[in-house]
Design a binder for this molecule. Structure first.
Ligand SMILES: N[C@@H](CCC(=O)N[C@@H](CS)C(=O)NCC(=O)O)C(=O)O
Length: 214
C-alpha cells in the first residue's frame, strides 16, 4: 500500500506550490500542515525536526521525510510515474530541467523571504529598493525563459502537449512576480502558458488562495 503523504507547506510559498501541483497532477491525496512564514514558524524546533534548513516544503511519505522541492518532485515522479512530469526523450528532459532550473536555481533563491529579510534588516534597504531587487532578478530570468519558450513552439505548455516539471515551476513564479508588480507585458508566451495551466484542476486546487492559512 502507498505511504500516506503529509505536506508541510505555506500557501504563498512558490516551492510549496510546485509540490502541491505535482501531487495534484499525479492525483495523489495528501494532508497539509500550514507553516506561517511571516510568524517564523519555519524556524521553530518542531518544524526544523522535519527540515533542519527551516524552509518549506517538507513532504512526509510514511517513514521518509523529503525536503527541497526539486528532489521531492523527482521522488514523486519516480514513485508514481504516471502521468510523467518529464519528457520521454533525453534531449527533452534536458530542456525541461533547464527551464525549471532558471526558476528554481537562478530566480527564486535570491528573492526568497530570508534574502529579502536580510536586505531589510542587515543591509537596511527600504521597501522600494527591495522590490527593485526582486523585480530585477525576475525580469532577467523571465527574459531568458521567454526566448527559450518561444523557441519551443506555440503549444499550451512549456514543453509538449501536457503540463510538466517546467510548468509547475513557472506558475508559482508568475504568481509571486505579480505580487511584486512585475510587468509581464514583455512575456506573452509566459502569460499564455500560465493562463493555460491555471485553468487545469491540478493547478486550481494548488493555488495559494485555496490553501489553509492563506
Ligand atoms: N530550494 C528550496 C527552497 C525552499 C524555500 O526557500 N522555501 C521558502 C518559501 S518558497 C521558505 O521556506 N522561506 C522561509 C524563509 O525564507 O525564512 C526548495 O525548492 O524547496
Amino acid at each position: 500500500m502507498a505511504a500516506p503523504l503529509h505536506l508541510f507547506s505555506a500557501a504563498r510559498s512558490s516551492a510549496s506550490y510546485r509540490v502541491r501541483i505535482a501531487l495534484n497532477l499525479k492525483g495523489l491525496a495528501y494532508d497539509q500542515t500550514p507553516i506561517d512564514l511571516r510568524a517564523g514558524e519555519q524556524r521553530s524546533p518542531a518544524f526544523k525536526a522535519h527540515n533542519p534548513q527551516g524552509l518549506v516544503p517538507a513532504l512526509i511519505a510514511g517513514n521518509l521525510t523529503l525536503t527541497q522541492s526539486p528532489a521531492i518532485i523527482e521522488w514523486l515522479d519516480e514513485t508514481y510515474p504516471q502521468p510523467a512530469l518529464l519528457p520521454a526523450d533525453r534531449d527533452g528532459r534536458a530542456r525541461v530541467r533547464a527551464l525549471a532550473a532558471i526558476i528554481a536555481c537562478d530566480i527564486h533563491p535570491i528573492n526568497n523571504l530570508r534574502i529579502l529579510g536580510y536586505l531589510q534588516h542587515q543591509l537596511g534597504l527600504d521597501e522600494a529598493t527591495r522590490n527593485t531587487w526582486y523585480r530585477h532578478w525576475v525580469n532577467e530570468g523571465f527574459a531568458a525563459l521567454e526566448t527559450l519558450l518561444e523557441q519551443g513552439g506555440s503549444g499550451d505548455f512549456c514543453h509538449g502537449e501536457a503540463p510538466g516539471l517546467a510548468d509547475l515551476h513557472l506558475v508559482p513564479q508568475v504568481f509571486n512576480a505579480l505580487r511584486y508588480d512585475v510587468d509581464l507585458a514583455p512575456y506573452p508566451r509566459i502569460r499564455r502558458i500560465d493562463a493555460a495551466c491555471r485553468a487545469l484542476p491540478a493547478f486550481i486546487a494548488a493555488a495559494p488562495e485555496r490553501q489553509p492559512g492563506f
